[in-house]
Design a protein around this ligand. Structure first.
Ligand code: SAM
Ligand code: SF4
Ligand code: SF4
Length: 345
């Protein structure tokens, strides 16, 4: 039975999972057109992004986050779309960092706008960790994937800027697709070996319906670990905390660690404590959810804090999502799943 929660208790969902993490999408826009996320034929000039009035304001995000924190959220991840496209997010971050209960604010970015000053400003505002996405170390491959001709060197500079700002260890996300960039697994690992950065290889997921995902495009995490381990022997590391998404491995020679996120072949729904807030204020209790709960309407209709908190607790208390554990070829092809750039990765 779901816990009947009041505004001051942390509800567990139907499967006994507490609410601990909130991923906040700050915008549905992006300056990249990664072929697996915002393919150009669907996100071209005719695509209508959310108009400004439909995006949650900083005040609305702060208020919701405060209520989420009262219900048990401890960690935030700011994402998108490209979060650094949203103007003045440092102001928002400072407000979020001041919310009682919030212990950790991470940011996921493609790095294009992460210059030295920006990295410093984000750290000063309260960002504790940064993940930079980089799907290839070969420049031509990376430009092909981001589909705006963005060079690898500038992402590497962004990673350096994050390190210089003290946001260490920087994690580097690479989504692996067979035949597209699986030849980049070992070179990416090699590039970051000994650097203090932690590359994390992510199994390509069937998020949304626009990327034409197929099971055969997924390179299983086991294979990723084998390929790297053949070159530089790896030893397993324990999770940093319960419910961590990445399986951690360290180089036997002490040159650092890598992570693999096996969302497809070894799903981790049992420990999933994550809620997602889309840029327009819809609450999703699963990355693969088709239906978001409209919190913006609730706020703009004048609901008081108790009413909003009760709604949040009720939604979480009824949660039974475990999409990745139930994934089938048919469900992967099902229409109506929200896109990653919209829901927030
Ligand atoms: N624009 C930012 C970035 O790329 O880091 C933040 C948003 S992006 C949606 C967040 C992460 O989701 C990125 O690391 C991206 O590679 C990953 N991602 C997007 N689509 C994916 C998919 N189908 N499977 C696995 N990861 C995906
Ligand atoms: Fe943009 Fe990130 Fe999606 Fe690439 S993965 S299109 S950078 S939101
Ligand atoms: Fe969580 Fe849904 Fe992913 Fe499972 S499929 S880990 S429930 S977001």
């Amino acid at each position: 039975m779901p816990t009947h929660a009041t505004a001051s208790t942390a509800p567990a969902d139907v499967l006994g999972r507490p609410l601990r993490d909130l991923r906040i999408s700050l915008t549905d826009r992006c300056n990249f057109r990664c072929t697996y996320c915002m393919p150009r034929h669907l996100f071209g000039s005719a695509h209508e992004f959310l108009p400004r009035r439909e995006i949650l304001s900083f005040e609305e995000i702060e208020r919701l986050t405060r209520l989420f924190a009262q219900l048990g959220v401890r960690k935030l991840r700011l994402t998108g779309g490209e979060p650094l496209l949203r103007r003045d997010i440092e102001t928002l971050i400072a407000r979020l960092a001041a919310i009682p209960g919030i212990e950790d604010i991470a940011l996921t970015t493609n790095g294009a706008l992460l210059d030295r000053d920006r990295a410093r400003a984000l750290a000063d505002a309260g960002v504790t960790r940064i993940t930079v996405s980089l799907d290839a170390i070969d420049d031509a491959t990376f430009r092909r994937i981001n589909d705006v001709g963005f060079p690898v060197d500038r992402v590497l500079a962004a990673i350096d800027n994050a390190r210089a700002a003290g946001l260490t260890p920087v994690k580097v996300n690479a989504v692996v697709q067979r035949g597209l960039n699986d030849d980049q697994i070992v070179p990416l690992a090699g590039h970051f070996r000994g650097s203090g950065c932690i590359p994390r290889f992510i199994e390509y997921m069937d998020v949304g319906t626009s990327n034409g995902w197929r099971f055969e495009d997924v390179v299983p995490a086991r294979e990723i670990v084998e390929r790297i381990g053949e070159r530089w022997p790896l030893l397993p590391l324990p999770a940093n905390y319960p419910g961590e998404t990445a399986n951690r491995w360290r180089y036997a020679d002490g040159a650092g660690e890598i992570g693999v996120i096996a969302s497809v072949t070894q799903p981790f729904c049992g420990g999933c404590t994550r809620a997602r807030l889309s840029a327009e204020g819809k609450l999703f209790t699963c990355l693969f959810g088709g239906h978001g709960h409209d919190l913006r309407q609730l706020l703009r209709d004048g609901a008081d804090d108790d009413a909003v908190a009760e709604t949040l607790a009720g939604i979480w208390g009824r949660r039974r999502d475990r999409y990745s554990e139930e994934r089938t070829a048919e469900s992967a092809a099902r229409r109506g799943k929200a896109e990653m750039s919209y829901i927030g990765g």
